[in-house]
Design a protein around this ligand. Structure first.
Ligand SMILES: Nc1ncnc2c1ncn2[C@@H]1O[C@H](COP(=O)(O)OP(=O)(O)OP(=O)(O)O)[C@@H](O)[C@H]1O
Ligand SMILES: [Mg+2]
Length: 189
């Protein structure tokens, strides 16, 4: 399967979880994340604002606030397909943009530069054990991870694991994967 077919497969997989199964998987994911040294050591965390078919990131944002972490969320810059992160202190700093996506309002938020983030939570549709991923096809995360020095952790269920994904020279691997069974490192591949 090529990337386009895999992306389609990943999207239908994500839309196919029942609410009950989704919440059960999420509860295990949050448990493993909040217990991890990766999370505990991170003073600042970059995270996306999830849509309904994605693993919900609100509990992660709220736990980060409770733990005194700096939480930063991205605004997409479609012209050059880059992302600018902004510090998020409360959900009122967000606005709805295209496709119902939520983004920080630049006028009410402080920009956070890439290498100020200790930990980046990476979304995606499919992954393999080497840390290659299929995202939404914009290349936003591939561009962002290039030259990023912090830790990268993809959030995905075991159901989203594929034996070997096709990849191109610009595809960036994530270092860690958080599933409902825990965090695994892709380092040895
Ligand atoms: N570092 C880069 N520099 C220039 N173009 C890039 C870079 N990374 C990715 N791209 C472009 O982005 C397009 C989409 O990449 P790809 O199909 O891997 O998306 P994706 O990994 O699913 O998206 P995302 O990274 O947003 O999750 C590619 O066609 C490629 O041309
Ligand atoms: Mg890619």
């Amino acid at each position: 399967m090529d990337k386009t077919e895999l992306r389609f497969k990943g999207k239908s997989l994500m839309q196919g979880f029942s609410l009950k199964d989704k919440q059960k998987i999420e509860a295990s994911m949050y448990y493993h994340l909040f217990e991890s040294d990766l999370w505990k050591a991170a003073g600042s965390v970059g995270v996306t604002l999830s849509q309904s078919h994605e693993w919900s990131t609100e509990p992660i944002i709220e736990e980060g606030w409770s733990a005194g972490k700096t939480i930063a969320v991205p605004k997409c810059l479609p012209k050059n397909k880059e992302m600018q992160f902004y510090q998020l202190d409360h959900f009122e700093q967000l606005e709805r943009v295209y496709f119902g996506l939520r983004e920080p309002k630049p006028e009410t938020s402080q920009p956070v530069e890439k290498n100020q983030l200790d930990l980046l939570l990476v979304p995606g549709l499919l992954f393999d054990e080497k840390g290659y991923r299929i995202g939404y096809g914009g290349g936003y995360f591939d561009r962002f991870i290039e030259g990023y020095n912090g830790k990268t952790l993809m959030i995905a269920s075991n159901h989203q694991k594929i034996n070997e994904l096709p990849f191109e020279e610009f595809d960036q691997r994530v270092e860690y994967i958080l599933t409902e069974t825990g965090i695994t490192s892709t380092y040895h591949f």
